[in-house]
Unconditional design. Structure first.
Ligand code: MEV
Length: 308
């Protein structure tokens, strides 16, 4: 018996952290995937990392084995698992969620997206205690999404009005999602109004971003990213290298740039560009300061009217 499942990583454009408290958020799937292969066996796990990648501190992130145990349940001991982790781990690209989704897909159940999401959130909670579900949702839908979790989860695929080129990069060392989410929770308890209104603004930035993406107004997307970046920096989530890289990206022609994902001492950043030339220029400028990045592109979809 051999079964495989695959799922993409994600990058958050808007709404990280605020999404945990009910604000809207936007996530994009990556072209980088996690592939899981299950064979009859005896609980052996073989994890292949992307070239040059390492898992900085296995204690701070859920080791893939723990995620696999949770996803596979009793079947774990009767299977050998090979994981091709094409998504860089511990960087803010949703590798844990993609691993959870790919494993559940290899198992073949559940089939419906909402049920798969509920199972993947349960598996991902091994990685951090209070996941909003945005990471597995982006991985399952495999398309740009607006995500919101209040009393229920709402996932809406986004129709993009103009092609958008997103530079994705990492700078500094990511310390793991759980401690950062816990710290924000503590600050929220100490200053509920201050943090609440900042979270509301992050949600409003996400909705402005959704509007800009839908209408092809990428300048609006960029402006909303700058406001979100200012607030996230105020939360202490933007590491020094990420802050410098965001400035470099904007100086090189990005319409807007910000940290992405959990943040903390370092981690992912995103920069939005209107043309592939501008995006390549941003990648080169980042490379010059030792920051590795690549370009993801998202095509404009015909509007419902013009598709008829
Ligand atoms: C992590 O990719 C995004 C956070 O908002 C946590 C979550 O939503 O589960 C920091």
């Amino acid at each position: 018996m051999k079964r495989t499942g695959e799922a993409p990583g994600k990058v958050i454009l808007f709404g990280e952290h605020a999404v945990v408290y009910g604000a809207a958020a936007v996530a994009l799937p990556l072209s980088k995937h996690v592939k899981v292969t299950l064979r009859d066996g005896s609980g052996q796990v073989d994890v292949r990392l992307p070239r040059r990648a390492t898992i900085p501190d296995a204690h701070r992130a859920a080791a893939p084995v723990e995620l696999l145990r949770r996803a596979l349940g009793a079947a774990f001991d009767a299977l050998d698992v090979r994981v091709d982790l094409g998504v860089p781990p511990m960087a803010g690209f949703g590798s844990s969620a993609a691993l959870a989704v790919a494993t559940l897909r290899a198992l073949g159940t559940p089939k419906s997206k909402p049920k798969l999401l509920a199972r993947a959130i349960d598996v991902e909670s091994v990685a951090h205690g209070r996941p909003s579900g945005i990471d597995p949702a982006a991985s399952i839908w495999g398309a740009p999404i607006r995500f919101q979790r209040t009393d229920r989860i709402r996932v809406k695929p986004l129709r993009i009005g103009a092609p958008v080129y997103v530079v994705v990069a990492t700078a500094g060392v990511h310390g793991g999602t759980a401690p950062v989410v816990a710290r924000i929770g503590e600050t929220r308890r100490a200053a509920p109004q201050l943090i609440g209104s900042a979270m509301d603004t992050l949600g409003a930035a996400a909705d402005a971003g959704v509007k800009g993406l839908r209408t092809g107004d990428l300048e609006l997307v960029g402006r909303a990213m700058k406001i979100a970046q200012g607030i996230l920096d105020g939360f202490g989530l933007v590491g020094l290298e990420v802050r410098a890289a965001v400035q470099t990206a904007e100086a090189a022609g990005a319409l807007g740039a910000k940290m992405s994902g959990a943040g903390g001492t370092g981690g992912a950043l995103v920069a939005v560009c209107a043309t592939p030339t501008a995006a390549r220029r941003v990648v080169r400028a980042l490379k010059d300061r030792g920051v590795d990045g690549w370009v993801e592109s998202y095509a404009a979809l015909p509007t419902e009217r013009s598709a008829r």
